[in-house]
Design a protein around this ligand. Structure first.
Ligand code: OXD
Ligand code: MN
Length: 591
């Protein structure tokens, strides 16, 4: 006998706290209709069809790129905007010198004015989502209210979105409230406000990824870093990659690099042919939530379910996995198109652009065909190297943490911190050349501690102290490393081949973790000697390798003085144990 279909509780009745909040927001923003997202395939098909019909989405060549569309954002809305991103804590000192700050009452008042009536004639979408595997105790949930169907489509790929998330929210004490409107897309009426004490976000005036997909940077980093401090874990701007050695040892590494410095490529690395026997799997490419586990190790989940990756530069040589995974069911933003309607970007070695990212006939005089920060949004499950453990509710155990920046000089290819607290100092002293992922002048070196400068939801001094506290809880802490794939020679050429060959450096780290890898001491930490790195099959002059592994003490005396000056901005709140490590390094450089 056929069983009667189970009657599902209507979404608005599942969680009263959510329904009450939606009602308040609707009375403020005055939408024409309210749509609760259930995350079903049918819903996504419907939203996509609507955007295609209205011309907001452009279907790409469906024969070669099935399920792929192009979205063009407003030309003034193509990157995160740090100058209008605020952390609104009761006390300004809690936001710290690393953040722009506004008092919560002032920020709410300003945003209320902007949101008032802003959804007239539009649909208000209620987007319940879960950051992390839906059954993971380490996952956290939120609800984004938005008036952008493009945002909904992205959230459906990037998070576990819909009914299951709302069911989880119904049984939990709190959820992150994110209110978003594209407003008029006016750069002068654009703000991204975070209220960590209220677990709330308000974003107005931008439809671009990092400003509008509130589960990502706003929730999973800025708000989550605050939550993590209270609950004893870490929310980090890190990829998580699995590495199985030829001997069959399985390790996971978490690595923090500033935006657009190759996290996605490293997370999906393909071993060079001359390094046989390695298996590389991807857990995450941008964000890691790290929890001390019962076994004294640090365990990581990727809170995201998809990739919002930088497109330019992606080709079979730089990232075969990404190149393959974005050939179907991918949402492209701000790429160019060819005459036969295929997506095109700089770094793609085939085809030619006919229409640029702004929809104009391509003319090199107008700059790159694809915007340098053009993106793909794609489900993680489409990645050929997706880890079979990416959905494990308890996460994966981390053997090593890697910090890295884009530096043409000073930072060697790799070094290992003396201990966990020294590793925190190494992360705190990170610097990198600015990229196109955020508005600002590309190429300028700026301090970007742990690649979290744009994303830490509280005072960096407290954050460094929290890192040290988490480390102290770990009987078996990960080793900490610093890498620089971007060193250049006197002619401005990259000295290290990068991409798949970065595995050579990771392999050395894992040898160290296993107590086997050789190293020599330097004032800044332990470095491999040339013979400790496997460079078999690599066309690299011995002198270049020596230069990559050299620590120039004069340069480092300047660097360390600069780090001291930078950290000085955080004053008395800095953890003394980290400063003691700084003194140790200074002492070693004096000798
Ligand atoms: C990103 C960024 O989009 O860091 O991941 O900007
Ligand atoms: Mn990022």
């Amino acid at each position: 006998m056929a069983t009667a279909p189970r009657m599902l509780t209507p979404l608005p009745q599942l969680a009263k706290a959510v329904a009450d909040w939606v009602a308040d927001v609707a009375s403020l923003t005055q939408p024409e209709r309210v749509h609760w997202c259930d995350g079903s395939d049918e819903e996504i098909r419907h939203l996509r069809a609507g955007l295609l019909a209205s011309g907001e989405l452009h279907a790409l060549d469906q024969k070669n790129f099935p399920g792929c569309d192009l979205y063009r954002s407003h030309p003034s809305d193509v990157a995160r905007v740090e100058k209008v991103t605020f952390i609104c804590t009761t006390k300004q000192a809690d936001a710290g010198p690393n953040n722009l700050w506004l008092a919560p009452a002032d920020a709410h008042a300003r945003m209320r004015e902007l949101f008032s009536g802003c959804m007239r004639g539009r649909t208000l979408y209620v987007v319940p989502y879960c950051m992390g595997p839906i059954d993971s105790p380490l996952a956290r949930c939120g609800v984004e209210i938005t008036d952008s169907a493009y945002v909904v489509l992205n959230m459906a790929i990037m998070t576990r979105m819909g009914r299951a998330a709302l069911e989880r929210i119904a049984g939990e004490p709190n959820f992150v409230r994110g209110l978003h409107s594209i407003g008029e897309l006016d750069p002068d009426r654009r703000f991204i406000m975070h209220y960590p004490e209220e677990l709330a976000i308000e974003s107005y005036g931008s439809g671009y990824g990092g400003n509008a997909l509130l589960g990502k940077k706003c929730h999973a980093l800025r708000i989550a870093s605050w939550q993590a401090r209270q609950e004893g874990w870490l929310a980090e701007h890190m990829l998580i990659v699995g590495l199985r050695s030829p001997a069959g040892e399985q390790h996971y590494i978490a690595a923090a690099f500033p935006s657009a410095c190759g996290k996605t490529n490293l997370a999906m690395l393909i071993p060079p042919a001359s390094l046989g026997g390695w298996k590389v799997t991807t857990v995450g490419d941008d964000i890691a939530w790290l929890h001390p586990g019962p076994d004294g190790r640090l365990w990581a989940i990727n809170p995201e379910a998809g990739y919002f990756g930088v497109v330019p530069g992606t080709n079979p040589a730089t990232n075969r996995n990404a190149y393959d995974m974005i050939r179907r069911d991918t949402l492209f933003t701000n790429v160019a198109v060819t005459t036969d309607n295929q997506p095109w970007w700089e770094g793609l070695e085939t085809g030619a652009p006919a229409i640029d990212w702004q929809g104009r006939p391509y003319d090199p005089k107008n700059g790159p065909a694809a915007h340098p920060n053009s993106r793909f949004t794609v489900a993680a499950t489409q990645n050929p190297s997706y880890s079979p453990h990416a959905e494990d509710p308890q996460g994966v155990p981390i053997s090593a943490i890697v910090f890295g920046g884009r530096r043409r000089s000073v930072a060697p290819l790799v070094y290992e911190a003396r201990n966990f607290t020294h590793g925190v100092l190494v992360g705190a002293g990170m610097a990198s050349e600015q990229t196109a992922a955020a508005e600002g002048k590309v190429g300028i070196v700026r301090r970007d501690p742990m690649a979290m400068k744009p994303f830490c939801g509280y005072n960096f001094a407290d954050y460094f102290a929290h890192w040290i506290d988490v480390g102290a809880k770990l009987a078996n802490p990960p080793r900490i490393y610093h890498v620089n794939w971007f060193r250049r020679d006197a002619d401005g050429k990259f000295m290290w081949p990068g991409f798949g060959d970065n595995l050579r450096v990771l392999a050395w780290m894992l040898e160290r973790c296993g107590g086997r890898g050789g190293a020599i001491e330097s004032p800044i930490g332990m470095l491999p000697r040339a013979r400790d790195l496997n460079v078999e099959g690599l066309d690299l002059a011995p002198a270049t390798l020596d230069a990559l592994l050299a620590v120039d003490e004069d340069e480092w005396r300047k660097e360390v003085a600069d780090i001291r000056a930078y950290l000085g901005e955080y004053g008395d709140r800095l953890p003394p144990r980290m400063l003691a490590e700084l003194e140790t390094t200074e002492g070693k450089l004096k000798r």
